[in-house]
Design a protein around this ligand. Structure first.
Ligand code: APR
Length: 232
């Protein structure tokens, strides 16, 4: 693995998945110890589950909030946030809902799958809600259940967010993917978009997957180990 001279690139995108937060102690979704091996997403992470039993789904997300708040960003998150301060264009495009990049200090973060720290009312919009427990389960204005503002299984992604992400990925000349299994679309298509638009593409993931052949370079170590070395 060589180091990357960030000054050689005009626009850098860090494309992150659950593996980015693994060394902070936030479990990934798939594989051993993954969230979806412990909890059936059909019961906790889809609109149908919420319609059936909103309280059960909200309590599950409160557990997730508690476990994320017990974790802290690691050195890899810090490397990305520090690079943003000294480079004119560093953008994080993340599938993560945990807010770890922002806690490390990153400002330019596109959240593809929403946020664990927001809820939305079908009539009154989106509210920030940052605590271990949700401030309210129901909208104080209309009494509707407040749904976590997260992309669940079967949901459409916010088209504006996808468009924004696609534009920055097309424009970047360095694309660094970190800790994603590359199975959830449309995010899984982003490395191909970056490659087709001429970016140098690096994958950081201890395990290869079906998307690995798209990258110019793959580094088979963890985010917290690789990022400080890569940008030393
Ligand atoms: N550093 C880098 N990569 C890691 C690390 C680490 N320390 N630990 C694990 N990984 C890798 C795994 O090898 C795996 O490829 O991170 C990846 C995690 O994959 P997933 O759990 O599938 O997470 P992700 O790709 O982000 O999932 C996509 O699926 O259910 C949804 O909405 C959820 O945003 C999520 C989406």
């Amino acid at each position: 693995m060589t180091t990357i001279k960030s000054d050689n690139y005009k626009s850098i995108v860090f494309f992150t998945g659950a593996g980015m937060s693994a060394e902070s102690g936030v479990p990934t979704y798939r594989g051993r110890g993954g969230i979806w091996s412990q909890y059936k997403w059909e019961e906790y992470a889809c609109q149908e589950a919420f319609d059936r039993d909103p309280e059960k789904v909200l309590k599950f997300h409160e557990l997730r909030r508690q476990s994320v708040l017990a974790c802290a960003p690691h050195v890899g998150h810090t490397v990305i946030a520090e690079l943003e301060k000294k480079h004119p264009r560093v953008i994080v495009v993340s599938q993560n809902i945990d807010g770890m990049h922002q806690r490390a200090g990153s400002k330019q973060v596109i959240e593809l799958h929403g946020s664990l720290w927001r809820v939305r009312c079908p009539s009154h919009g989106i509210f920030q809600d940052m605590g271990e427990k949700f401030e309210n389960y129901k909208c104080t204005q209309c009494g509707s259940w407040l749904r976590p503002d997260i992309t669940w299984f079967g949901d459409m992604l916010d088209q504006d967010v996808i468009t924004e992400a696609t534009i920055v990925i097309r424009q970047c000349d360095l694309f660094i993917s970190i800790g994603t299994s590359g199975v959830v679309w449309p995010a899984a298509g982003f490395p191909k978009v970056a490659r087709e638009h001429g970016a140098y593409c690096v994958e950081i993931n201890p395990e290869p997957n079906e998307m690995s052949s798209l990258y110019n370079e793959s580094v088979r170590e963890t985010a917290g180990v690789v990022l400080p070395r890569l940008f030393a």
